[in-house]
Ligand binder design. Structure first.
Ligand code: GLU
Length: 501
């Protein structure tokens, strides 16, 4: 590629980014990095009515958390800035006027009430009102008015919009990297508003002008923008600019049923739809997801490597990513798979990092202070992490490493605690008391040796011993637990069970 690849993620700061937005950002990032190009963040905030305080910061925080930083954008000014459209306001008017001069656009003075009347009137007749070639000469605009009338309105300060004059009877040939060639009949298109007399461009004009001025080579965005492609292509042609290449990413679909994934699906089925928390909606980060897991599962929403490999680091994704391997059809969101990815990344994570997070997690619990040290916690984590999806799960999997069991599983007690068990446990206490080299292997060897000498069955000793140490029948190798909690704690637990059971 001779031209330096430049792609942009262009969210509107109207609220938190849904993970679909992060997926779009990720694909842009991967494509840029794969091609040695630049990834730009542009904030499309021309619609002041929909502006939400804090949304821009949220977007930037979310990208940073996912480790997909932008090369240029707000706060990282490059030579194409500013990167917020509200700060570029002054740029757009002349482009709107250029289109009028070239007769690709016109002034329209129709009032909101008048347009509303037409809309309702059409609805009543079960039709849709479209403002275009078939009715524009009957509406209030510079094509239906004389030149003098138009000038008078402009001079009198009558509010106007500038509309694109969509040509009649043309077949537009569009190309999309994901979808291939698309033909559109211009007769079905409406004359979209490009600019308003309040000095604000609409999304379409600002987006095209900025992509041009920022020398964007590839526009990678969600499928919901595909219907805008026809207009965008015509705008590039009208200006005489070379259009970037387009790739529209497939929709992310609900886990079950039809339709796009929504915030409500997350609420109903109990999974996050936002990368970070926003008001009462909990994010992936706060739920305990690793950013690597989020990036990995998002990469698979609409892309696949064409092999069986499912686990990809960001580096590997960059190496293997291509727009040609992006699918056309909707990508079904699978919350179980996201957990599967997280479980994988938890197993891979450095145990010291896991220990730190787990320590932080349990810091408000009542736990004897000698258990609250990193080396102990790291050993516990190593023993129990296998079944953990989140750091938070570690507590349920291994609370007995930190607190003496208060209760004993009822069913297990019935089954394991028989006549004579208390007596056996007393003997075990004595055996354990006498061990000085308190490693798992040594305790195991001595206890098992004693069982053999006494001609006891393992079933009479080991299950009740687990019950009194753990409070339940769960957990890793019992002697690992005993060795880790230590001699004193083990004896305390056995004695406690003898008196309570
Ligand atoms: N501002 C649009 C959005 O909110 C950008 C669409 C595009 O990438 O062209 O997604």
């Amino acid at each position: 590629m001779s031209q330096n690849v430049r792609v942009r993620f262009a969210p509107s700061p109207t609220g938190p980014l849904h993970i679909g937005g992060i997926r779009t950002a990720l694909f842009n990032y991967l494509f840029a990095k794969k091609n040695g190009g630049d990834f730009i963040l542009r904030i499309e905030d021309t619609d002041q009515n929909r502006y939400v305080e804090g949304a821009e910061k949220y977007i930037i925080d979310a990208l940073n958390w996912c480790n997909i930083p932008f090369d240029e954008g707000p706060g990282k000014e490059g030579k194409y800035g500013p990167y917020r459209q509200s700060e570029r306001k002054h740029l757009y008017k002349k482009y709107a006027e250029e289109l009028i001069q070239k007769e690709f656009a016109y002034y329209a003075f129709d009032t909101a009430e008048n347009l509303d009347f037409h809309r309702k009137d059409h609805e009543a007749k079960r039709k849709t009102f479209i403002y275009n070639w078939h009715n524009r000469l009957k509406l209030d605009n510079s094509l239906s008015l004389t030149e003098e009338e138009t000038h008078k309105k402009l001079n009198d300060g009558v509010p106007y919009v500038i509309r694109f004059k969509t040509p009649q009877n043309q077949k537009l040939q569009l190309n999309d990297i994901v979808r291939g060639n698309i033909e559109i009949d211009t007769n079905i298109l409406d004359d979209k508003v490009l600019y308003k007399s309040d000095g604000m461009p609409t999304y379409h004009l600002a987006n095209i002008v900025d992509d041009y001025l920022m020398e964007i080579t590839h526009v990678i965005r969600g499928e919901e923008w595909l219907p805008s492609l026809a207009l965008h292509k015509q705008l590039y042609d009208a200006f005489g600019w070379q259009a970037p290449k387009f790739a529209h990413l497939p929709l992310i679909m609900k886990p079950v049923g039809k339709g796009k994934l929504s915030k409500r699906d997350g609420e109903k089925l109990g999974f996050p739809v936002f990368p970070l928390s926003w008001n009462e909606s909990v994010g992936y980060k706060e739920t305990g997801y690793f950013p690597e897991a989020v990036v990995n599962f998002l990469a698979f929403l609409g892309w696949n490597p064409g092999t069986e490999q499912e686990i990809f680091s960001l580096e590997e994704l960059i190496n293997q990513f291509s727009l040609e391997r992006v699918n056309k059809s909707g990508a079904r969101f699978d919350p179980d798979k996201t957990k599967w990815y997280n479980q994988h990344y938890l197993q891979q994570a450095d145990v010291n990092i896991l220990a730190d997070s787990f320590l932080h997690n349990i810091s408000n619990r009542e736990i004897p202070s000698h258990f609250l040290n990193k080396s102990y916690v790291a050993q516990v984590v190593t023993l129990i992490k296998e079944r953990a999806v989140f750091i938070e799960d570690l507590w349920n999997l291994g609370d007995y490493f930190f607190i003496t069991p208060e209760n004993y599983n009822e069913k297990a007690t019935k089954k394991q605690w028989k006549e004579g068990t208390a007596d056996i446990m007393k003997q075990v206490t004595a055996i354990i008391e006498a061990i000085s080299d308190f490693t798992s292997e040594n305790v195991e060897a001595i206890v098992k040796n004693w069982i053999g000498e006494k001609e006891l069955s393992f079933g009479k000793v080991m299950p009740p011993l687990r019950l009194v140490i753990v409070g339940d029948m769960k957990g890793p190798h019992l002697f690992d637990i005993i060795a880790l909690i230590g001699k004193e704690e083990s004896i305390k637990r056995i004695k406690k069970a003898i008196t309570t059971l």
